[in-house]
Design a protein around this ligand. Structure first.
Ligand SMILES: [Fe+2]
Length: 447
């Protein structure tokens, strides 16, 4: 069983000898060594690198199905439980379509959203309102007020088959959809979300309506863009709210939203009448194949940001080395000056687990087969689709090449980990997962 050793500061050598060439410096990192192949205290850590393990401290072990780490490797990290602000019920027009959300989205739901990255709120909208909204969407479709959905990721845009979308600013949508038009300026949802301290600056929302016609139409795995902007890209999305309007939905109809709230396992959510799903825009999600006409709309809730510091999120999307992603994130968020600076003590690559910004990359590695299947089934055949699939395959291969095997193995163990047998002073996969969930909420205060 490979050992995990904590290297404070050392050099990997090209041969097991103190005189060998230094090949790379290792500082504050966890490294896997194979104890069966050591020579007088020297152990291979790479195809061409050896480490003198007496200079390092053994802190755990890993095998195909088991992981154990000394608890002391992670500093005492504080659990963050936000204090919710009160809701002012006197604000807003009593006729606002989203006004009922103030009583539907409970304190418990907001805290769950903060900790897990998503929450489901059932019966958020009344059946009567859902019917009105479905009717408006049918009229929009009949009158040519919707466009065919395109893939998020490609400049030339591969088509998502059987999915149509629209926004309030497209053609004459405001004329045909009066209830949605009122919703455009309705702050019913924003007021509730602002109760979470990290969301108190929410100042705008963007509405997107979507009809999925059935026939297996689905939407590829993705995150909602971290930055958008009508003029200069200075808006940052902070929450995605998906509302479903589908009466009599059953499992044969498919069309579930699947979210990947890593380190927890993926969750399938049926698009039931009146259901609202709130989630962090960087939570990876997809729509599974759908076999009946399916109605939903999205409110993307955003803050105005005067700096462009959040652009690093876009750079993160294309990174394949987890340690490099950590470095970019640490620099862009000025981590050393924030209350999260304790994370700098956590050895690499474990630090990746405690930076929520890096989570989408971990998901893309762990659920790489799902990503390929998702991209494959949601796009029309053609050269663009082929090019996209090849690009995704190359991306996954680079992740395999650039990250240590033991850590990739650990990443894959976390979503399935259940209460383990690890001793109190040691962390198994389950305990590590709990540390991630409680010490690394999805929203970090941007202030
Ligand atoms: Fe999305």
């Amino acid at each position: 069983m490979p050992w995990l050793v904590h290297v404070q500061n050392s050099w990997a050598k090209s041969t097991p000898s103190p005189d060998a060439d230094n090949i790379f410096e290792i500082s504050n990192s966890i490294v896997a060594v194979d104890p069966d192949h050591g020579i007088n205290g020297w152990y291979p850590i790479d195809s061409s690198a050896w480490l003198f393990v007496e200079a390092a401290q053994k802190v755990g072990e890993i095998s195909d199905d088991h992981f154990e780490l000394d608890g002391g490797v992670l500093p005492q990290l504080e659990v963050s439980v936000p204090k919710l602000a009160p809701l002012d019920l006197t604000l807003g027009d009593p006729e606002e379509p989203l006004r009922s959300l103030s009583s539907k989205i409970t304190d418990e739901a907001l805290l769950k959203l903060h900790r897990d990255g998503f929450v489901i709120v059932d019966q958020a909208l009344s059946p009567a309102l859902c019917e009105t909204l479905r009717h408006e969407m049918d009229i929009l479709l009949e009158n040519g007020q919707m466009w065919d959905s395109q893939s998020y990721s490609h400049e030339e845009g591969a088509l998502h088959h059987d999915i149509c979308e629209t926004t309030l600013d497209f053609k004459d949508v405001r004329f045909y959809a009066p209830t949605f038009t009122r919703m455009g300026t309705d702050e019913g949802l924003l007021r509730v979300l602002r109760r979470l301290p990290v969301l108190r600056d929410l100042s705008m929302q963007h509405l997107r309506l979507q009809i999925n016609k059935g026939n297996g139409g689905c939407y590829t795995m993705h995150t909602d863009s971290g930055v958008s902007g009508e003029e200069d890209g200075r808006q940052v999305l902070r929450v995605t709210a998906l509302f479903y309007l589908n009466e009599g939905w059953t499992s044969e109809h498919g069309g579930e939203l699947r979210v990947y709230p890593y380190p927890s396992a993926p969750v399938k959510i049926a698009p039931l009448l009146g259901r609202l799903v709130l989630f962090h825009p960087r939570l990876v999600h997809e729509v599974l194949p759908n076999f009946r006409k399916r109605y939903c709309f999205t409110l993307w809730c955003a803050v105005e940001q005067s700096s462009t510091s959040s652009h690093f999120m876009e750079d993160l999307e294309s990174m394949t080395c987890f340690n490099q992603a950590c470095s970019v994130c640490e620099k862009a968020t000025h981590l050393e000056k924030t209350p999260r600076s304790k994370l700098l003590q956590v050895p690499r690559p474990l630090r990746c687990l405690l930076l929520p910004e890096v989570r989408p990359l971990l998901v893309r590695y762990v659920f790489r087969d799902c990503e390929l299947q998702s991209a494959c089934r949601s796009h029309d055949e053609g050269p663009q689709k082929q090019e996209m699939l090849e690009g995704i395959g190359r991306y996954h291969q680079q992740m395999r090449d650039e990250n240590p095997q033991w850590f990739r193995q650990l990443l894959e163990q976390l979503p399935g980990a259940e209460v383990g047998t690890a001793r109190a002073a040691r962390l198994g996969s389950y305990e590590l997962k709990e540390v991630m969930r409680s010490c690394c909420p999805w929203w970090e205060d941007a202030a």
